[in-house]
Design a protein around this ligand. Structure first.
Ligand SMILES: O=P(O)(O)OC[C@@]1(O)O[C@H](CO)[C@@H](O)[C@@H]1O
Length: 328
């Protein structure tokens, strides 16, 4: 059982244009709305692949109501914490050449009691979630709690550190996927895993990253600061896993044209957790799920029909001199 916590979920609206021309009135050539927020996406990907999950998220306002409807349609089990201000809407402008411009609102201001309820919901929601199958009821204790995404206004940077400590007391492993001060301040609480992208990794380690060697050194710096393992997504270069056993790199070719990178990191994290949450097999799954996600529109999460584990190449001790390009 994997519980995700999204303190700042969103209604993700994608508008497709041929080419974005700033300052002009343009007609969309396509549009779509997806449920959004990083933890929400992780749960959506898990559901799409038949894994037990619960998405803990705030709810409120018109966007929040639409978000809940979309999650119900997708059969994503949720635990909602109603808050006084409305859930945000985020906008993606997708151009025909694959360029994506994303405009994320800051989100509702949360009150102290709402923040406390959110933490409580994540920790106490699912001690023994019973998954019903036709013949039996399988007990699934919470294996992982995934704290994902930005923190809305009013939520202090120590939110994820608090989550990690409470989860540890409750016997669950934790992964944190966030950026900036929220990422930096959770490290001292020793999360089992953090999942930065290249930019977030460079920011947290306070070092520019140009090569694979730089990325590995930055991941090692995050481990030295307290993270048990670092799963860093590297765009077209796949991902690296740096843990107590060493360094692995995994990469896969795209099975079709690149359509949207939005949510690909979330799909990768879902794949990693679904495959056990540690070691090279989980890294391979992360890259297979993330690579599948970028060939799908908006933030559609890949299902088994999209994911090709056999296409992933995993190597130990990757070439340190390899130049990394964050763009796919
Ligand atoms: O503003 P945050 O919380 O950092 O990111 C939010 C977000 O960009 O992340 C998801 C993709 O990873 C989207 O569904 C959502 O709009």
């Amino acid at each position: 059982m994997i519980v995700t916590l999204t303190a700042n979920p969103s209604l993700d609206r994608t508008i497709e244009v041929d080419r974005l021309r700033r300052g002009e009135v343009q007609r969309a050539i396509g549009d779509r709305v997806d449920p959004g927020g990083k933890g929400v996406n992780v749960s959506r990907a898990l559901v799409a692949n038949g894994h037990a999950t619960r998405a803990v998220l705030i709810s409120g306002g018109h966007a929040g109501a639409e978000l809940l409807d979309l999650l119900a349609e997708a059969d994503v089990p949720i635990i909602e914490v109603p808050v006084s201000q409305g859930v945000r809407s985020n906008l993606t402008l997708a151009e025909a050449d694959g360029t994506v411009t994303k405009l994320n609102e800051s989100g509702p201001v949360l009150r102290a009691e709402e923040i406390e309820e959110l933490l409580d919901a994540a920790i106490s929601a699912p001690p023994n979630y019973a998954l019903q199958t036709p013949s039996s009821s399988i007990e699934r204790p919470t294996a992982w709690i995934a704290g994902c995404g930005s923190l809305p206004p009013g939520v202090g940077a120590s939110f994820y550190a608090e989550l990690v400590e409470r989860a540890r007391d409750a016997g669950a492993a934790t992964v944190i996927d966030t950026s900036g001060p929220a990422l930096e301040s959770c490290l001292a609480s020793r999360p089992d895993l953090v999942k930065p992208n290249l930019e977030e990794l460079a920011e947290a380690a306070r070092t520019p990253i140009t090569t694979m060697g730089d990325a590995v050194a930055a991941a090692q710096a995050l481990r030295a600061a307290g993270a048990g393992a670092v799963l860093a997504s590297l765009g077209a270069e796949g991902a690296i896993l740096v843990d107590a056993d060493g360094v692995w790199h995994a990469k896969a070719p795209l099975a079709g044209p690149l359509v949207s990178t939005v949510g690909a990191g979330d799909a990768a994290l879902a794949g990693f957790l679904a495959a056990g949450g540690r070691g090279p097999e989980a890294l391979a799954a992360a890259v297979a799920w993330g690579t599948a996600a970028v060939t799908l529109p908006g933030s559609i999460m890949p299902g088994p029909q999209d994911i090709d584990l056999d296409a992933v190449e995993v190597t130990r001790a990757p070439d340190a001199d390899r130049i990394l390009n964050p763009d796919r």
